[in-house]
Design a protein around this ligand. Sequence first.
Ligand code: UD1
Length: 373
Amino acid sequence: MADLRLACVVGARPNFMKMAPLLEALRAYPCVEVVLVHTGQHYDENLSDVFFDELGMKRPDVHLEAGSGSHGQQAARVLERFEAVLEEAIAAGRRFDRVVVVGDVNSTMAAALAAAKLQIPVAHVEAGLRSFDRSMPEEINRIVTDTLADLLLVSEPSGMVNLRREGHPPEQLHLVGNVMIDTLRRLLPQARRSTILDACGLRPGGYGVITLHRPGNVDQAAALAPILGVLADASRRLPLVFPVHPRTAQRIKQFGLAEELGRAAGLVQLPPLGYLDFLALTSQARLIVTDSGGLQEESTALAVPCLTMRPNTERPITVEQGTSTLVGSDPLMLRGAIEEVLDGRYKQGRCPELWDGRAAPRIAEVLATSAAA
Ligand code: UD1
């Protein structure tokens, strides 16, 4: 029997690329048994299934099928169903020694809560990040998850500072680097073989990539319409490719913006893409415009200018050392920053320490050692 039984939880798209390298690294420890749980927060083929294939991840052992809904409904379903899984294991004499959660989505927080209530220790990968903006659902998820976790695996120094300030004892904190960048470095050669640039009529270095899905940018027509206006304009100077998140697609339709967007000849809309096609696009882009958390980090690792459509960031290293600039939801700032990039006046960044493709083995070691302690 394994010395350490882990339940590793994933739920939404940004979780998969963080968990995949960790599962791989844990294979080096035969004393560790891993049960992979998918909450089902994301369930579409192109937001979920494609990642398991491309990242070479094992299929989930348990599927909670929580699905969409309000934040309360989504979290409640994960809480109820994951608690049942944990309790069943206890009843069968196979109690989990630890639950491992990644990132900051609703599934992360709900799974941590279910575990903590049953006094099962929680490890949080990507702990300590703070935007200090509680209007963001992810900020609430981060605070709750870190409060409940007793092993905090941190991707950048700001996370260590935040967690110390919140009173976590030093022995719980581990600066391990960025596990998502492990996946990026591993799969970059494969991504470069993608044919997506040709399919979209793009040449390396000759286009920009857009992603937008945050409520603050897409849920009100008054915010979304001017942003899309600037991007449509910019696409006359630089072709833009826009894989559209389902939430954003719904809003574009609802606000009657589809026709105008369709008229911007230089702006190609695509459905959400798999990991490899997306990395092929981002890694060869001249610029990225995004409100995603993960893409701020990926563009820094790729040394591609990133105009971040957020008023703040929980990942300050991407601005201080990396290639990101915060432009808020302000169309004028966005326009100015795009011009800076196109005129060659934009800053150069550097890749932060420990974003070296070896974060997952460091985390696996912490997990395995914590069992022995
Ligand atoms: C979630 C995460 C966000 C992350 C994003 C990446 C939270 C609070 N937010 O936001 O941090 O950056 O994932 O994509 O957890 N939908 C589908 N198919 C799916 C899943 C969702 O069509 O497989 C649609 C549904 O209409 C749903 C909407 O997308 O209402 C939003 O999905 P949800 O999981 O609630 O949040 P995201 O906006 O995807």
